[in-house]
Structures are given as structure tokens and as C-alpha cells.
Ligand binder design. Sequence first.
Ligand code: FAD
Length: 466
Amino acid sequence: MTLHHEQFDTIIIGGGQAGPGLASNLDARGEKVAVFQESAFGGTCLNDGCRPTKALRASGHAAHAARTAGRLGVHVDGVTVNVAEAVERKDELIGGWRQSGSEYYENHDTISYVTARARLAGKDGDVYRVEFGDRIVTARRVVLNPGARSVPPPIDGLDQIDALDHHTLLDLKEAPPRLLVIGGSYIGLELGQIWSRFGSRVTILQSGEHVMPREDPDIAAAAARFLEDEGIEIRTGARVVRAERSGDGVTLTMDDGERIDGDRVLIAAGRVPNSEDLGLDTVGVETDARGYITTDEHFLTTAPDIYALGDVNGRGAFTHTSYQDHEILADHLAGGERSASGRIPTYAVFTDPPLGRVGMTLAEARAAGITVSVADYEMASVTRAALDGITPGMVRLVVDAERDRLVGAAVLGLHGDEVIHSLSMLMHLDGPALALGTWLAIHPTVAEFLPTIYATAEPDSASDDA
Ligand SMILES: Cc1cc2nc3c(=O)[nH]c(=O)nc-3n(C[C@H](O)[C@H](O)[C@H](O)COP(=O)(O)OP(=O)(O)OC[C@H]3O[C@@H](n4cnc5c(N)ncnc54)[C@H](O)[C@@H]3O)c2cc1C
């Protein structure tokens, strides 16, 4: 810990995906800056989120590619996954990034980077008091970047069965023979597929009507199909009410009385913002009913000079949104024009193949009263997908027909996480949807089909009834 001062211009509480970058930016402008990060450098994304899961996804992908290579005339016998080795590779990658990041900030000449939990403790005149341990430091501006955390759902006995979460699962050295996943949204699907490829027999229990509840049902169904084709069992409408140990394993009971046995249970049933122990009430920072800190389009909270970035402000739940929050705030503090208003939601679900998403779903566009044209296209008809032999999925373009603007898209299938960027760039530039029909794309790629897909767009009859 290096505390260069007692009084700062800016104190950042929580070193998530926004805090360190903002600290560097403000430091470069001559501010006295402190960052308080209670745990390992890099927050959720680096330690227990995006990066470790995608490192393990690469191992799962390689196993699946080898097992299914026969369709390409390539025969690989006896594919096994050494989970301990995959985890070791993941740890080496993550450890390297964590070490270089923490060494940089911990040894910084001017930024005070402190490994400690901190909280607001009222105001002294026009400066905020921040406490950590038994010490108090002050700043005229405070930035909150404390992230979010997974929460177990209210299931009787869940605390008695040594359930896994996205922290503990990532360190298993062997795949449990039967893995029960509670939650069929993005994290449950990504992790369920990886461990299925590692050798677990995976059952995903989703209480709602379909997996990925925020997506259009037919897109979610297409994803569920390819997961099921790989041998993953998906049960929808499966509300777990009780968990208990049975022998060396576990038994989960559904609300209709059905029981299902497994060896381990993974909880992937939602996340809540880390806002309850930040001393917000001592300075007048308000949250909404779910605990997300209320902010304006420059991330200013309800207290002057206190800002909230990342998952905790409810304006995104991704590394890229948190990172962009810091860029927007840095620009705003320097007198720039950037703001979060009008930011177009975009993300990927890293199933394999992935789902790339931007803007509205079809259901959202209908509900917004937009006169929609919609193009749906099977990935199996895309030349590159056929060439690579990876044909599951579909592409959807949702167009505001009156304004000639793309308002949303889903690319589920090969390279969906990359292809979506050309569509998101078009929306970012507010370009005409017609451009999709006239641009020149490279053959043979998935993106080259966007003009063809756009040409199939038809008026959506359901949008008239919305
Ligand atoms: C399994 C999983 C996979 C994911 N995959 C992706 C993905 O592929 N792509 C993507 O974009 N997003 C992904 N996410 C989401 C992504 O990790 C988060 O959106 C991102 O980390 C947001 O970060 P943040 O800046 O809000 O804070 P975080 O990264 O959560 O970091 C906040 C840090 O602040 C610390 N902290 C909290 N309170 C205090 C305090 N009072 N004092 C000091 N420190 C404090 C916390 O311990 C934490 O380390 C994934 C998440 C999970 C769980």
C-alpha cells in the first residue's frame, strides 16, 4: 500500500474496470488520486469473470473441435480434457495480467493504490471523508466502482450443499460427473457448456419459459438447440425449491415435486450491485429499489461530486460498459461533450458459437411502437458457416422502416461476437440501414451475408398490433 497523501482531489472506491483507468487519466492531469481496491487487482472481469471463463472456453472449444472433426475428414481418437492443466493455463494467463497491473499501480509514484475496503463517512466542509480500517482520508470528489456480485436464490438448504459459484467453479481440477446448473441466463449457459465439454453431464435448470430470458424467444431457442445437440439437458419452467445432500451427491427438488440428482450444483442465478456497505447514506447518495446507484448521463449521483461507474450504476453489466463509463467521465471532467445518453447496448454471450447482440430485440422494437421490418436468416445458409462446418444459429436484423435505421440485431452463430461490430458501428454512426445493402464485404466471411440478409427484410405484421 502506498498512500502518498491524506487529502486527495479524487478518491476511487472499488478497482473494477473503470477505476484504474480513470485514476491514470486524472493523475496525468495533475490530480492527487487514490484507488481503494479490497481484493486482487483487476476486479471481477480479470479474476472471476470474463477473462478466466474465456480462457477455459478456449480449452472446451478445442476439445469439441477435436471430437467433432470427423465431419471434416479429420479423425482424432480418445480426446480427453485434463481440467487441471486447462485451469493451470488459465491461472498463468490471469496471474500474469494481475501481476503486471498490480505492480504498475502499487509502485506508482503519484497514484495512491491501496488494497483495502473503503467507505464514505460523511463530509467535512466541502470535502468527503473516506474511511478504511481505522484511518480517514478526504477528497473533494469520490468515484464509486465497486461492481456487483452473484447472489444465491432463496432455495431451502442451498447453504448446506457446498454449491459452486463462478469463483469456485473456475478452480476445480476435475469435472464433476453430473453438474446441475441453477440459472439458464448468460453465465449459466457459458459455464454449463464449458464444463459439459470438460466431461460433466450438465443439466441447466431455468425457472423461466426460455433460456436467456432477455433475448427474443426464437433466438434463445436456437441457442438451446445447439446446446442440447451437444448433450446438455435444458429444463425450462424448472423452479428449484429445495437442495439437500444425498450420499456423496446432491438432490434438488422442483416446485412440482420432481427431484433431480447430481454431484455438484453451480449457482448462476443473478447478480446484485455492491452498494449496501459504501456509507452512501452518510453523504446522500441514493439507489433505486434494486440497489443500483442513481446517476445522470455523466454518472453523477444524487450527491455533488460523487460519481458511480460500472455495474453498480445499472447502465450496463459488462466490462466494456464499465470501461467506457470511465472514458465518458474523464471526458466530462475535462469539459468534453461525451455522455452516456443514447449509448447503444451491445454485448456477446460467449456460448460456442456465440451470440452477438446490439440494440433492441424484436420484442422491444414492437413494444416501442416502431414500424419494424425484420430479416431472419439461418446461419446454415451462410457460405462460411457451411465451409467451416459450424452451422447452428441465426441472424436477425430489426429495422425501423420509416426512418431507414437499424434498431437492433442478433448474430447467433459462427463469429457472431465479431460480426455484430459492423452492425453496432452502423448504429453508432446513425447510418441508413440501406447501407447494409450496398457495402462491399469480403468473401467468404459471415459478414458478407449482411447485404443478402438485409435484402430479405419484410414488414413485421406483429408490430402493427403492438
Ligand atoms: C462469470 C462471469 C463472466 C463474465 N463474462 C463477461 C464477458 O465475457 N464480457 C463482459 O463484458 N463482461 C463479463 N462479465 C461481467 C463483468 O465481469 C463485469 O461487468 C465487469 O467486471 C464490471 O466491472 P465493474 O467495473 O463494475 O467492477 P468489478 O470488476 O466487479 O470490480 C469491482 C471491485 O471493487 C471491489 N470493491 C467493492 N466494494 C469495495 C469497497 N467498499 N472498497 C474497496 N473495494 C471494493 C470488489 O471486490 C471488486 O473487486 C462476466 C461476469 C461474470 C461473473
